[in-house]
Design a protein around this ligand. Structure first.
Ligand code: DGL
Length: 261
C-alpha cells in the first residue's frame, strides 16, 4: 500500500498521477487539513507533522510513503527517511532540473510557498542543477489556501490579477520555463497558463514523481483508494469532482475518514 500525503488538497495532483501510473496499487491519501497551510509554518512544526503522519501511515500498513508536498519535502524529507530507513520515501521537489535543462532563454522561475522559497533545500537544488541558468524564485503566499476553497478561481478576476502581477515581471525578465513548485499550483495551471499566454512553458513534476513511485513500490493491490483528513474529511470527497478528479471516485472504498493525528 502506498501512502501519499500533503497539508491539504494539493497532493491530490500527485495522487492522480500515481493512480494513473499504478492502476492496481492500493493507495491511501491523507490531507493534514487541521494544520494547513504548511507554507507559512516553521520547519520544526512541519517536521513534527510529517513524522507523525509518516508513523500513522506505516501503522496503517503503508510500505511506501510519498510526501506530496514541496514544503514538507524541503523541511522534513531527510528526517522522515532517517526515521524509517527500510521504507521507500519519495518527495516532491520543484522541477528546477528539467526546467533548466530545457530552457533556451537561460532564465527560469519557480513559484512556491514562502517556506519552500526560503529553504536551504531549494537553494541546493538550484546550485546543483541550474548552472549557468538564472533562477527567479517567487513566493506566492495564500495561493494554496485559495485552492482549498474549491471556488472556481478561473472566474475570479481579482485572483487572476494577483497571478498576473506575480508572473508578468518574471516573463519580462526573460524566463521561458515556469516551475510549479507547490503541488496545489497544479490546480491553478489553467489560470497561470492564461496569464503566461504562451511566453513560457509550465513545469510540473507530478508525472515524474509517479514514475519514481512505480519504480520503488511493487504496485500490488486491488486498486483501492482510501481518503483520510485530520479535519473536515468531507471536503476531500467534495474535492475530487471539484478539482476534475471525479474519475478517482471509482477507486474510493467509502467516504473520507477523520484521522486524529
Ligand atoms: N502543497 C504544498 C506544497 O507543495 C504546500 C501548501 C501549503 O500547505 O502551504 O508546497
Amino acid at each position: 500500500m502506498i501512502g501519499i500525503f500533503d497539508s491539504g488538497l494539493g497532493g491530490l495532483s500527485v495522487l492522480s498521477a500515481v493512480a494513473r501510473a499504478n492502476p492496481g496499487a492500493d493507495l491511501v491519501y491523507l490531507a493534514d487539513t487541521a494544520h494547513l497551510p504548511y507554507g507559512n509554518k516553521s520547519d520544526e512544526f512541519i517536521c513534527a507533522r510529517v513524522l507523525a503522519i509518516g508513523r500513522h501511515l506505516i501503522e496503517r500498513g503503508c510500505g511506501t510513503l510519498v510526501v506530496a508536498c514541496n514544503t514538507a519535502t524541503a523541511a522534513a524529507l531527510s528526517a522522515l527517511r532517517g526515521r524509517h530507513p527500510g521504507i521507500p520515501v519519495v518527495g516532491v521537489e520543484p522541477g528546477v532540473k528539467p526546467a533548466a535543462a530545457a530552457s533556451r532563454s537561460g532564465a527560469i522561475a519557480v513559484l512556491a510557498t514562502e517556506s519552500t522559497a526560503g529553504s536551504a533545500r531549494l537553494s541546493a537544488l538550484i546550485r546543483a542543477h541550474a548552472g549557468g541558468v538564472a533562477v527567479h524564485v517567487a513566493a506566492c503566499p495564500g495561493w494554496a489556501t485559495r485552492v482549498e476553497t474549491l471556488q472556481p478561481l478561473d472566474a475570479d478576476p481579482q485572483f487572476a490579477a494577483e497571478v498576473a502581477a506575480k508572473v508578468l515581471p518574471l516573463l519580462d525578465a526573460g524566463i521561458d520555463r515556469l516551475v510549479l513548485g507547490c503541488t496545489h499550483y497544479s490546480f491553478l495551471a489553467p489560470l497561470i497558463a492564461r496569464q503566461v499566454a504562451g511566453r513560457a512553458e509550465l513545469v510540473d513534476v507530478a508525472d515524474a514523481v509517479a514514475r519514481q513511485v512505480l519504480r520503488l513500490s511493487d504496485g500490488a493491490g486491488s486498486g483501492r483508494l482510501e481518503l483520510l483528513a485530520t479535519a473536515t474529511p468531507e471536503r476531500l470527497d467534495a474535492a475530487l469532482p471539484a478539482l476534475g478528479l471525479g474519475w478517482l471516485a471509482a477507486r474510493v472504498g467509502g467516504a473520507a475518514q477523520l484521522a486524529e493525528i
